[in-house]
Design a binder for this molecule. Structure first.
Ligand SMILES: Nc1ncnc2c1ncn2[C@@H]1O[C@H](COP(=O)(O)OP(=O)(O)OP(=O)(O)O)[C@@H](O)[C@H]1O
Ligand SMILES: [Mg+2]
Length: 310
């Protein structure tokens, strides 16, 4: 990134930047010195094994957990996000995995839950119009905005939850495992929706375990391993195998062992572009000194599943 004096907000630099973010829960270091960038109109996939720290990172960004260290920069200003309301005010919306929809309420009621449009009374007509507009913009396939959410498919519910997050006009949208519970067609629908968000200029941070989904929509893939950056990859030029190697730890699978034998230039870390701050250096570690970070793994009750060596 060039050190130009005063870059116009949003023009060049990322919308959201994390530098050196750490968060511990007692003896468990859930995040250690994590860097992350999300630009406007960019879909960043955040991937990592169970316990890698993904949800913790999302919670830091959505005002649920305060980080112990590090900085968060939003639109070129250093910010703190002490509460979920503060996240919303800044323009960071999060769709959590449980979606938090009310089964018995219809689509419109769910969209406007807690932020009903009022003139003198609830303005049903305005809310319905706005709901239709929003869902149309997203090319959402919802049969009717009047049906209770209980009658919708998983993909349709995800769509409603994403549409709801858009009502506050956020700049960054964080989606925690948006396709985890979905079938093939529904997944495609949600991935389409993520494309729409990108086209509309939102920065999207998507957590996923599914490499096919990641490769379908992400521009950039940020890998967390054991709470640390383990590389930032270009989604278009990085293979699923390379991503898996970075996720699991390069020493632990056949792809990386092969890469290791062929020399460091061919490993997953070699793909690491100029984009990753501190992640780049750690990436190299992952290939060249694979065992070094293993004893550091936080001990008892910590990372549930790390290198597959338990
Ligand atoms: N509130 C908490 N209290 C104590 N430890 C926690 C808390 N939240 C997370 N952790 C620990 O922090 C580490 C990272 O957890 P996190 O939930 O962020 O992982 P994750 O990458 O989201 O994993 P998964 O893919 O399983 O959802 C884990 O070791 C977890 O047990
Ligand atoms: Mg999680």
């Amino acid at each position: 990134m060039s050190p130009s004096p005063t870059p116009p907000a949003g023009a060049a630099g990322p919308l959201l930047s994390l530098r050196g973010v750490s968060k511990s829960f007692g003896a468990v270091a859930a995040l250690t010195g994590v860097d992350l960038d999300v630009a406007a109109g960019e879909v960043v996939a955040l991937v990592g094994d169970n316990g890698a720290g993904k949800s913790t990172l999302v919670k830091v960004l959505s005002g649920v957990h305060a980080p112990d260290a590090g900085t968060i920069t939003f639109e070129s200003r250093e910010v703190s996000i002490p509460t979920p309301a503060a996240a919303q005010q800044l323009g960071i919306a999060t769709v959590f995995q449980d979606l938090a929809l009310c089964e018995n309420l219809n689509v419109i009621e769910n969209l406007f839950l807690g932020r009903e449009m009022r003139a003198l009374r609830l303005d049903d007509v305005a809310m319905e119009v706005r709901s239709r507009e929003l869902l149309t913009q997203l090319s959402a396939k919802i049969p009717s905005v009047g049906v209770p959410v209980a009658a919708l498919s998983g993909g349709q519910r995800q769509t409603v939850a994403i549409a709801r997050s858009l009502l506050g006009d956020p700049k960054v949208i964080i989606l925690d495992e948006p396709t985890a519970a979905l079938g093939v067609a529904q997944t495609a629908e949600v991935l389409n929706l993520i494309e729409r968000l990108k086209e509309r200029g939102h920065g999207v941070l998507m957590i996923s375990h599914n490499m096919a989904d990641v490769q379908a929509v992400a521009d950039t893939v940020a890998v967390l391993r054991l709470g640390r950056n383990n590389g930032v990859f270009d989604a278009r030029t990085t293979s699923a195998e390379e991503l898996v190697a970075a996720i699991t730890g390069a020493a632990d699978n056949v792809v990386s062992r092969r890469a290791g034998r062929a020399g460091p230039g061919t490993g997953a870390a070699a793909e690491e572009g100029g984009r990753a701050g501190a992640g780049g250096a750690q990436d190299a570690d992952a290939v060249e000194e694979p065992d070094d970070d293993r004893p550091e793994r936080v001990a008892p009750g910590g990372l549930r599943k790390g290198a597959g060596d338990e």
